[in-house]
Design a protein around this ligand. Sequence first.
Ligand SMILES: [Zn+2]
Ligand SMILES: [Zn+2]
Length: 152
Amino acid sequence: MADLDRVRKWADALIRLHLDASVWSFGFDNAKTRAGLCNFTDRHISVSKYLAARYEDDEIHQVLLHEIAHALAGPRAGHGALWKRTADELGYDGKRTHDGSAANELAPWVGACPGGHAHHRFRKPLKPLSCGVCGRGFSRVNLIVWTKRNVS
Ligand SMILES: [Zn+2]
Ligand SMILES: [Zn+2]
């Protein structure tokens, strides 16, 4: 797991290297549903302290590169060709998306349907749920079975 002081040092170094350090800054935030954020209005890059603490060094470095690429490519680029090219040049491997999917890693309830699709919830669902990938609407045939795991 990554050490937050070290993450901050990398972030500051990356900002100095690639961006204008007099306008861009870095900080940690409390997000649980995504790993990193690039705020173009405040020129601020932030990383979830929860996810930073969970991720391996390599992984959090990739999150930083993902966000630095956003800062360089600009708000209109989205995850389009310009952003991809910029991220590539920075050394972002793009093996996984760092927007949103991170939430699943922190969700303690993991469900599986008979078809093997994975589902994630932060709270145990109060009523039976069936898999929306296997079929529309509720069906006992596609019932999701939930198990709780320990998420540190
Ligand atoms: Zn992104
Ligand atoms: Zn399914």
